[in-house]
Ligand binder design. Structure first.
Ligand SMILES: CCCCCCCC/C=C\CCCCCCCC(=O)N[C@@H](Cc1c[nH]c2ccccc12)C(=O)O
Ligand SMILES: [Zn+2]
Ligand SMILES: [Zn+2]
Length: 512
C-alpha cells in the first residue's frame, strides 16, 4: 500500500476515533445531566382533615352504580330505561349537589348529564371534568369471578362492568363535589361535570350534544379532563416506578370499507381470480405494509424523556440521547402492540364478508379496515398510503368514518393546568412519576376540541399489564383503595384549582 494511502487511512481512523470519543462524551454528559420533570407535592394522607374515606355509604353508592346495566350496544342502540333509572339514582344519591343553589343540572340529549357548579369568582375561566354513564356489554359472564353487574366485593376488589371504565370517575367526581358542598364550601372557579350516555358507541347523542349546548352558551374551559390512560405499573420498560400517563393527544381514525365486485358463478368453473381472492390480496398487502414509524415526532417521545432520570442505566442512556438512538428506540417500540400503537398509524382488519353458499363463487367481497392515526399524520396521508399499497382499481375504497388526530394539548412546566394535574396526581399517587402520552383509543373529548385547547385524558387508577385486558373484558374490577384514591384525586383537583399558589408557580403570560 502506498505511503500516502496509509497516511490517509491513519488520519481517517484518527478522525473517526475522535468523533466517537466526542459522541461518547456527549452521551455520558447528557445521561448524567438529563433534566427531571417530576415534582413532589405534599402527599394526601388518610389522616388529613379533608380526606374522603371509602366508607360503607360511599362503597354502597358505588356498588349500586355498578348494578345499573347502562349498556351501549351500537350507535343509537343502548338501554334508555336503565339510563333513566341510573340518572334518578344519581339524583337521590347526592342530595347536597341536587339541592344546592350553586348547582345547575341539565339533562342533555335525553340521558346525558351536564352540571354547572358556580364558582364565587366569575372572572375565572371554568373547567370541566368529564366521564360517561354507559358501559360496554359484558361477555363470557360464566368466566367472571363475580357476576358483571353485581358490584360484588371480593378480596378487597369491587367487581363489575364499569368499575374501571368508567363509573369510578363518574361517581368519584360526584362524591368529591358532594363532599365539598356538604362542608359548606363554594369553589372559586366554576366547574362543569359532563357525563355522556353513549361514549362507548362514539358519543354521537351524548357528548356531541353536550358540546353543542356549551358552545351555544359561549363557554370556554381552562381545561377539560376526561377518561384516559392509567397509572401504569410495569408498563414502561426500564422504569420500576409507577408512571401516571396523561394523554395530551388522541389518535385520529379512518374506517374504510373495501369492496370488490367480480363475476360470480358455479364453483365448478372458477376463473383465475375471484372477488374473495382479489380482496384478500389487497387487505393482506395492507396488513403487511405498516404505516411509517413516527417515533420522535409525537408525545410518545416526550413520555420517555419525562421518566428518563428514573430509568435503569441502559434505558436512561438511550432515552437521554434520542438525538442519537431514536431509530433504535423506534424499532424497540414497534416490537410490542401497545408501544407500536403509540408510534405509528395502526391498521386493524376488523370485518371480512363474502359468500353465501359452499359451491357458489361470491360475486362480492367486502372488508373493513380500522386505522388509528398518529398525531403527526392525517386522514389524507393515510388514504394516499393505502391506495398506493393496494394499487388495484378493482378494489373500491369508501370512507365509513374519519376524524383527524386531536390537537396536542400543552404540557410541561409551560402549562399551568398540566402541572396542576401532575401535582394533584403526585399528591394521590406519591410514588408515581407523571408523563405525557397519546391516547390510542377515542373518547368523548373528540367533541370538546372547540371548548378548550387544554384537553387531558387520565384514569386515576393503577394498572399492571395483566389489568389491561379487564378493560371491556372479563373480570373488570377496582380495589377499594383505588376507588378511594379516585374520589380524593377529584377532590384535590377541585381544591387545587382554587389554590392560586400552584397555578401561579407555573403561570406565564397567559391568564387562565
Ligand atoms: C408503554 C405505554 C403503555 C401505554 C399503555 C396504555 C394503556 C391504555 C390502557 C387503557 C386505556 C384504555 C382506555 C380506552 C378508552 C377508549 C375508549 C374507547 O373504547 N373508545 C372506542 C369507541 C369510541 C369512543 N369515542 C369514539 C369516537 C369515534 C370513534 C369511536 C369512538 C374506540 O376508540 O373505538
Ligand atoms: Zn370509557
Ligand atoms: Zn370503554
Amino acid at each position: 500500500m502506498a505511503r500516502g494511502t496509509q497516511r490517509l487511512i491513519f488520519v481517517a481512523l484518527k478522525v473517526l476515533a475522535v468523533a466517537l470519543a466526542l459522541v461518547l462524551m456527549v452521551v455520558i454528559i447528557r445521561t448524567a445531566t438529563f433534566p427531571s420533570y417530576q415534582t413532589s407535592p405534599p402527599e394526601c394522607k388518610p389522616t388529613d382533615p379533608d380526606f374522603i374515606p371509602a366508607d360503607q355509604d360511599r362503597l354502597a353508592r358505588f356498588t349500586s352504580a355498578i348494578r345499573f346495566r347502562t349498556v351501549s350496544y351500537e350507535r343509537g342502540v343502548g338501554t334508555p330505561q336503565e339510563l333513566s333509572r341510573f340518572i334518578q339514582f344519581i339524583r337521590e344519591s347526592f342530595p347536597t349537589i341536587h339541592g344546592s343553589p350553586l348547582v345547575r343540572r341539565q339533562v342533555v340529549g335525553n340521558y346525558s348529564l351536564l352540571y354547572r357548579v358556580a364558582g364565587s369568582d366569575a372572572s375565572l375561566q371554568p373547567y370541566m371534568l368529564a366521564s360517561h354513564l354507559d358501559v360496554v356489554p359484558a361477555t363470557e359472564e360464566a368466566n367472571w369471578e363475580a357476576p358483571p353487574f353485581s358490584g360484588q366485593l371480593k378480596d378487597g376488589y369491587i367487581y363489575g362492568r364499569g368499575t374501571i371504565d368508567i363509573k369510578h370517575t363518574l361517581m368519584g367526581c360526584l362524591e368529591a363535589v358532594e363532599f365539598l358542598l356538604s362542608r359548606g364550601r363554594q369553589p372559586k372557579r366554576t366547574l362543569y361535570l359532563a357525563f355522556g350516555h353513549d361514549e362507548e358507541t362514539g358519543g354521537h347523542f351524548g357528548a356531541k350534544v353536550i358540546a353543542d349546548v356549551l358552545t351555544q352558551q359561549g363557554e370556554k374551559m381552562a381545561f377539560i379532563l376526561d377518561e384516559g390512560t392509567p397509572v401504569g405499573d410495569g408498563l414502561l420498560p426500564g422504569v420500576s416506578k409507577q408512571v401516571a400517563l396523561i394523554s395530551v393527544a388522541e389518535k385520529g381514525g379512518l374506517q374504510l370499507r373495501l369492496e370488490v365486485d367480480e363475476e360470480g358463478g358455479h364453483a365448478s368453473i372458477p376463473r383465475s381470480e375471484s372477488a374473495i381472492g382479489i380482496l384478500s390480496k389487497a387487505i393482506s398487502k395492507l396488513e403487511d405494509s405498516p404505516h411509517p414509524n413516527m417515533f420522535g415526532t409525537g408525545p410518545e417521545t416526550r413520555m420517555l424523556e419525562y421518566v428518563a432520570t428514573e430509568m435503569t442505566l441502559p434505558y436512561r442512556m438511550l432515552t437521554s440521547n434520542l438525538w442519537l438512538f431514536s431509530p433504535l428506540v423506534a424499532w424497540v417500540y414497534s416490537r410490542k402492540p401497545q408501544t407500536n400503537a403509540l408510534a405509528r398509524t395502526t391498521t386493524a382488519l376488523t370485518r371480512f364478508n363474502a359468500g353465501v353458499k359452499d359451491n357458489v363463487i361470491s360475486p362480492r367481497a367486502t372488508a373493513v379496515i380500522d386505522h388509528r392515526i398518529h398525531p403527526t399524520s392525517s386522514v389524507e396521508e393515510v388514504m394516499e398510503f393505502d391506495l398506493k399499497v393496494v394499487n388495484d382499481p378493482r378494489v373500491k375504497f369508501s370512507v365509513i368514518n374519519s376524524r383527524q388526530p386531536s390537537p396536542t394539548s400543552p404540557y410541561g412546566k409551560d402549562s399551568p393546568t398540566y402541572m396542576l394535574l401532575q401535582e394533584t396526581i403526585q399528591q394521590i399517587f406519591p410514588d408515581a412519576l407523571v408523563a405525557p402520552t397519546t391516547m390510542v383509543g377515542n373518547t368523548d373529548t373528540l367533541y370538546y376540541w372547540n371548548l378548550s385547547s387544554a384537553i387531558y385524558r387520565f384514569n386515576p387508577c393503577v394498572m399492571t399489564s395483566s389489568d389491561l385486558p379487564r378493560f371491556h373484558g372479563v373480570n373488570e374490577r377496582i380495589s377499594v383503595k383505588s376507588y378511594e384514591r379516585a374520589m380524593n384525586f377529584y377532590y384535590h383537583l377541585i381544591v387545587n384549582m382554587d389554590e392560586p399558589l400552584i397555578l401561579k408557580r407555573y403561570r406565564h403570560e397567559d391568564d387562565l
